[in-house]
Design a protein around this ligand. Structure first.
Ligand code: NAD
Length: 458
């Protein structure tokens, strides 16, 4: 295992030194070997990864495999399957005006990259972008979240096992370390986290004009039309909201439900919660803990604020000692409540009654663009909501799955981010798509002065 340096400038300089010849030496087979080494190092530590994420926030081993480890294997498998094609220059047609040239788009590695990860899927969101960086031929420095120290330590072990630090390095620490890294002139910065810190990252990137991918958060709404199948909607919404104890960037944040099925949906959600987590979910090993006491207090504070202003709790309790909040459904929330303004990021779900879909579309458009948007109902409702709004992604009659699909780009828009991750989109994020145009027999005499009257007629 290679000893990891800790000084950001030293790490950057070592990785930057690789850049001049990386385009030659980090070829297809080197990239494939790097991806395979990463996979082997993860396989060898699966038990340690499950234990670490369990220690950091009590996530069930099956959920860790499903949401943190398997997606990385899929990302690696996808990259290995398609890498040759992704790397291959794409020929472009000349059209009439460029007849006599041959043009191609040649993906080239951006160079050095910095990956800053959040705590909520601490393994997947650190290593997923790394797969894309390696596939694209970039070096990477990973700064995992300081809020999940056990997971960050395992990530450092995986990386030290698989790579020399001049190709991939891990630097652990909080905002101060992130800011020290942001002072280095990386070629690309891939940040996953809150919109507030995304702005800091983008401002730092502006100093060196590094390109950025920003995977941010926000309040992702659900719309349930009157014709929706209430039980199926409840099943998908409850799963999407309560997996990882609601600490998921694409989780349904709040539900607009047509007044004719509001009570039926509340009943179906209650039944679904009991089916998934039992009668006392705080005792269920399937329900993750809230990441830390500060967030536990923030979430219980949001519930108290809403109840103090007239909302009612259809189901839900909390337990400070175990840092758990059981799946909570809130009814009659109002726009002036804190819970209606900030990203909830916990296992609490407000149901909001509506009678006119146009009002709901208006409310979605009055808020910052969400990362995800979900619609339950028939094609007409789905089309009206999809075509009338903007969001990072849309899920119809399901939740969460767009983020897992291997052939869909994943990313936000506006306040929820810029750029995209996963598969080919991730490869492109770390690549410069470089146009190369070669003259074979084009002459185009009219473009060179002295200009003649023939040009005026063009
Ligand atoms: P965060 O923005 O607080 O932290 C993310 C990373 O930035 C961490 O590594 C942290 O150390 C660093 N950081 C924090 N403050 C900083 C500062 N002042 N300067 C420089 N770096 C700083 O986010 P979080 O609390 O870890 O994660 C939750 C947020 O992330 C939510 O908003 C969620 O929606 C979002 N998120 C988005 C995605 C996505 O893919 N779009 C995925 C997961 C989480």
């Amino acid at each position: 295992m290679t000893e990891q340096p800790t000084d950001p400038a030293e790490i950057f300089d070592a990785q930057a030194a690789l850049v001049p010849d990386r385009r030659v030496s980090f070829d297809f087979s080197a990239r494939r070997d790097a991806l395979l080494r990463l996979k082997q190092a993860i396989i060898a530590r699966e038990g340690a990864i499950i234990e670490a994420i369990g220690a950091d926030f009590g996530k069930h081993p099956v959920e860790v495999r499903l949401t943190e480890i398997v997606p990385i294997y899929q990302e690696i498998g996808d990259a290995l399957r398609h890498l040759r094609r992704w790397m291959r220059p794409k020929r472009v047609m000349p059209g009439l005006t460029m007849f006599g040239t041959s043009g191609r788009i040649q993906p080239t590695p951006k160079g050095t990259s910095l990956i800053i990860a959040p705590w909520n899927f601490p393994f997947m969101l650190a290593l997923g972008p790394l797969v894309s960086a390696l596939a694209a031929g970039c070096s990477a420095v990973i700064k995992p979240s300081e809020m999940t120290p056990a997971t960050s330590a395992v990530i450092a072990d995986v990386i030290a096992e698989a790579f020399e630090p001049d190709l991939v390095a891990v630097v652990q620490g909080g905002p101060d370390v992130a800011n020290a890294l942001l002072e280095q002139p990386f070629d690309h910065i891939f940040f996953t986290g809150s919109p507030a810190v995304g702005k800091i990252v983008m401002a730092a990137a502006a100093k060196t004009l590094a390109s950025v991918t920003l995977e941010l958060g926000g309040k992702s709404p659900v719309v349930v039309g009157p014709e929706a199948n209430v039980h199926k909607a409840a099943k998908w919404i409850a799963w999407g909201r309560f997996i990882n104890a609601g600490q998921t960037c694409v989780a349904p944040d709040h539900v607009y439900v047509h007044e004719s099925i509001h009570d039926a949906l509340a009943d179906a959600l209650r039944a679904r919660i009991t089916k998934m987590y039992g009668t006392d979910p705080t005792q269920s090993p399937a329900l993750a803990k809230i990441i830390n006491p500060r967030h536990w207090a923030r979430l219980t504070g949001l519930i108290a604020d809403a109840e103090g202003k007239g909302a009612t709790r259809a189901i839900g309790t909390s337990d400070e000692a175990s840092r758990k909040i059981s799946p909570t459904i809130l009814l009659d929330t109002q726009p002036d409540m804190e819970i209606s303004r900030e990203e909830i990021f916990g296992p609490v779900l407000p149901l909001i009654k509506y009678s006119d879909l146009s009002d709901v579309i208006g409310q979605i458009n009055d808020a910052p663009h969400p990362l995800a948007l979900y619609v339950f109902g028939d094609a007409e409702t789905a089309d009206r909501v999809t075509n009338g709004t903007t969001s990072g992604s849309v899920g119809v009659n399901l939740t969460i799955l767009p983020v897992i699909h291997p052939n869909l780009p994943f990313g936000g828009v506006g306040n929820s981010g810029m750029g995209a991750a996963h598969g080919k989109a991730g490869f492109d994020a770390f690549s410069h798509l470089r146009p190369v145009l070669q003259n074979r027999f084009i002459a185009l005499p009219m473009i060179f002065p002295p200009y003649t009257s023939r040009v005026e007629k063009l």
